[in-house]
Design a protein around this ligand. Structure first.
Ligand SMILES: [Zn+2]
Length: 553
């Protein structure tokens, strides 16, 4: 997660039906800024400007301190600096001020922490000018308090920001400088008193205690039974290449360069990393783009069928060969042929593939003459072909023939910065396809997505989002819409049990019974929750009863 990835709709959970706006476990309020301005005037007029400044500074400090803690808990930040910067982004998202120029040093290295921040559109100046008129000294007390609190929480030290320029005193923007207390010296003294109130730290400690208790209660709730439902029909279409990571941009750059060259390309990478997507890209950016793109899975067919599929056959070549048939090499003429899962090709097929690549001609099964073919061959595998060669499972000569250029697709866990944009893309796509108005993901859900290892890579991410859109009952994806696997166990699976180890039927049974329990046996609500009809639920429960009866006998 990066600071620039923050989106206000994902951070805030608008529960209008409960009268609550939640930011993780903080409750947020929407206020008319003028009301705050009026309060400020009242404070200045009743307790005096000095006490008013102290109150608002500490108010800002607590605000910033809490925001820092919440942001830290919510996300896996790419680096601590991203977390540190996020405070300023969040502050802007909350509508308080826009940090336009920021200089932060000493965050990553051990040098002294020094910060300079400039803001525009600060609501505090606006309100001060409106209700109290122009000032002779900076007035953004709450703002200075906010960044002091935020960075104090981040760095675990006393950080103080002092506002040097302010729009309320006639400057073009507000500017504040921040340092550790130890680095400030005497210059800080006149400002320090405004931060001091024993009650602020005590109050924060008390709030933290309350938060811990709240979180424990929340995690108990999370352990409740999970819903599980079969996926909707998979949508067609390649993943749009949304790539932010350097690793993936390198892949696409290499693909763009080799696309026009007509050479054989070997695509390697784990399942679901997008090998077919890159193969299609290679085809579309080649001179063969107008020709066909044909893909065949070499691991899906037994040898005789695969041979006939690839090279075709003549009538009478074997029982059932009632007519001549073109193979995929001929079908892909003037186009591209993708040999997917090439490592699974049986040895006899490997020999024939090598011949086809070398001679640029093939012979149909049962034929006595060869046919010239004009095809660009791409091969893909999720296995390590070099190892397969060393173990003599794959022909070395064919390996060299295929591996003219090797494009390696990195697994998703090695390019985590792509997770958020890809997840948003799939959310948008499936929400549109299913006609659901889902615009955002909760911060907790996003955090689970970025923290998960994704053994099934982009394809798994896509499936998870598709499922989440199916399950979502509100206008945002929440943790409850994500599969239990992402939540680190719990839910439907016993510890140490993987989903692959259980038959789907057993999983479904557990899900249905768990949901029924959750709804205290209310079948109508259970069916609604699971997204199945009451009739289907009834039928399945009957079947479970029958199964149980059979086992007893
Ligand atoms: Zn100001």
């Amino acid at each position: 997660m990066r600071a620039s990835d923050l989106k206000v709709l994902e951070l805030l959970d608008f529960r209008a039906d409960e009268g609550v706006i939640a930011f993780h476990d903080q409750r947020m309020l929407l206020y008319d800024a003028d009301v705050i301005g009026i309060l400020r005037r009242e404070l200045v007029e009743t307790v005096g400007p000095k006490a008013a400044r102290g109150l608002l500074t500490r108010f800002g400090y607590a605000d910033g301190y809490r925001d820092a803690q919440t942001l830290k808990k919510l996300f896996h930040w790419e680096s601590p600096e991203e977390w540190h910067k996020a405070g300023l982004v969040l502050h802007a998202l909350e509508g308080k001020a826009l940090a336009v120029k920021t200089r932060l040093s000493g965050l990553a290295d051990d040098g002294p922490f020094e910060a300079e921040i400039r803001w525009e559109n600060c609501y505090e100046t606006e309100q001060h000018l409106r209700h109290l008129g122009p000032a002779t000294e900076p007035v953004c007390w709450k703002l200075a308090g906010y960044v002091s609190g935020y960075f104090s929480a981040c760095l675990g030290d006393e950080i103080y920001f002092v506002e040097t320029d302010c729009c309320a005193t006639g400057h073009g923007c507000c500017r504040a400088v921040g340092k550790r207390r130890a680095d400030w010296g005497a210059e800080l003294e006149p400002h320090l008193e405004y931060f001091k109130a024993a009650s602020v730290q005590d109050e924060i400690a008390r709030l933290e205690q309350a938060l811990r208790a709240q979180r424990q209660a929340a995690s108990r709730q999370k352990r409740e039974a999970e819903r599980w439902k079969s996926l909707a029909q998979r949508l067609q279409g390649p993943h749009a290449p949304v790539v932010r990571s350097r690793a993936m941009r390198d892949v696409f750059e290499l693909a763009e360069r080799v696309a026009p060259a007509d050479t054989t390309v070997l695509l390697t990478g784990e399942s679901g990393t997008g090998k077919e997507l890159v193969a299609r890209l290679l085809h579309e950016r080649s001179r063969r783009a107008k020709g066909p793109f044909v893909a065949v899975n070499c691991g899906a067919l037994p040898e005789p069928l695969l041979e006939s599929e690839l090279f075709g056959h003549v009538r009478g070549a074997f029982t059932g060969a009632v007519a001549d048939k073109k193979g995929l090499f001929e079908e892909a003429s003037h186009g591209t042929l993708l040999l997917d899962e090439i490592a699974e090709a049986p040895p006899a097929i490997q020999v024939k593939l090598l011949r086809a690549l070398q001679e640029r001609e093939i012979r149909r099964v049962g034929a006595t003459t060869s046919v010239a073919v004009d095809v660009r061959v791409l091969a893909a595998t999720n296995r390590n072909l070099e190892q397969a060669v060393a173990r003599r499972e794959f022909r070395r000569d064919l390996y060299y023939r295929l591996n003219v250029v090797n494009v390696v697709l990195p697994p998703l866990r090695e390019r985590r910065e792509d997770i958020v944009p890809l997840a948003r893309l799939f959310l948008e796509r499936y929400a549109a396809a299913q006609g659901k108005e889902i615009r955002a993901m909760s911060a907790e859900a996003l955090d689970l997505l970025t923290g998960y290892a994704w053994p099934g890579n982009v394809r798994e991410l896509e499936n998870v989002l598709e499922r989440a859109v199916v399950l979502a009952t509100r206008d945002r994806i929440t943790v409850a819409d994500l599969p239990p696997a992402l939540r680190g166990g719990g839910g439907l699976l016993a510890p140490g049990e993987s989903a692959g180890a259980l038959p789907l039927r057993a999983l479904e049974r557990r899900a249905i019974l768990a949901a029924l329990e959750q709804h205290h046996g209310n079948r109508t609500r259970t069916a609604k929750d699971l997204g199945i009809s009451l009739h289907t639920l009834w039928r399945k429960l009957k079947a479970y009863e029958r199964d149980a009866g059979t086992r007893r006998r």
